[in-house]
Design a protein around this ligand. Structure first.
Ligand code: NAP
Length: 244
């Protein structure tokens, strides 16, 4: 049985990824940081349905906690076949109001975490000469968002990381790809007003925001044999909001 480690899987897109991979017979590791109850409830629900799941707490921006996450995963399931670097936080504010600490926090959770978790997981994939890594960026990493400079910079960094690493580890039969979603209905957008949401839908050719399930299915595809010749690519499921 293969194993998928999904960071930030207590809620939103990560939680949907855990469900999709579990239903396809993967052992799934549900990483969480603050939302322990949600992570445990998801773990219990998947196990109750006969699937294999384990929730593990770790702040993925901290190297020692990432070490714990990866070693507990390997202890439980023996290997790691798929890594989904999904954990992320969002911040809204003009650049002149952003403190150096705030900048570091956004970059560390959204970008440094991708480096830390990938670095810790890669030896297991290189050893097997097989693996798939999917990094979650954002349309704002592609085109930039006003009042979201640190988030946009971090997500653009995730795209550069994906492209460079795919070249480095391709010879070890490890594929590295990136998903850059548009506006998705998760807690991350819960503070948007009805007017803001209506405006976003208006500007989207498909006329709606996306669901976390739609993103999880693309991530699942990128990890599958159907995507065996895809590496270093960015797929942006965004309803046509950004076409580049
Ligand atoms: P969400 O519902 O707010 O969930 C965020 C997840 O990240 C939670 O499970 C949270 O875990 C986890 N997380 C945050 N900081 C963490 C840390 N330091 N260590 C470990 N886990 C951490 O957000 P979402 O919409 O599903 O977002 C998932 C990813 O998609 C993010 O990378 C986000 O930037 C990206 N994205 C989202 C959208 C969108 O419109 N929603 C669009 C483009 C890209 P805890 O609650 O347990 O702390």
């Amino acid at each position: 049985m293969k194993t998928a480690l999904i960071t930030g899987a207590s809620r939103g897109i990560g939680a949907e990824c855990a469900k999709v991979f579990a239903k396809d017979n993967y052992n799934v590791v549900i990483n969480y940081n603050n939302s322990e109850n949600q992570a445990r409830a998801l773990e219990e629900s998947l196990i109750r349905q006969g699937f294999s799941a384990k929730a593990i707490k770790a702040d993925v921006s901290k190297e020692d906690e990432v070490g714990y996450l990866v070693s507990e995963t390997v202890k439980a399931f023996g290997s790691i076949d798929v890594l989904v670097n999904n954990a992320g936080i969002w911040h809204f504010g003009v650049l002149t109001d952003i403190s150096s600490d705030c900048w570091d926090h956004i970059i560390n959770v959204n970008l440094k975490s991708v480096f830390l978790v990938t670095k810790a997981v890669l030896p297991y994939m290189i050893n097997k000469k097989e693996g798939s890594i999917i990094n979650v960026s954002s349309i704002w990493g592609l085109v930039g968002a006003s009042c979201e400079v640190p988030y946009s910079a971090a997500k653009a960094g995730v795209i550069g990381f994906t492209k460079a690493l795919s070249k480095e580890v391709g010879p070890s039969n490890i594929r590295v790809n990136c998903v850059a979603p548009g506006v998705i209905g998760t807690d991350m957008n819960k503070d948007l007003s009805d007017e803001e949401l209506a405006d976003l839908k208006d500007k989207t050719p498909l006329g709606r925001i996306g669901s976390p399930e739609e993103i999880a299915k693309i991530i699942r595809f990128l990890a599958s044999d159907g995507a065996s010749f895809i590496t270093g690519q960015v797929i942006s499921p965004n309803g046509g909001f950004v076409i580049y």
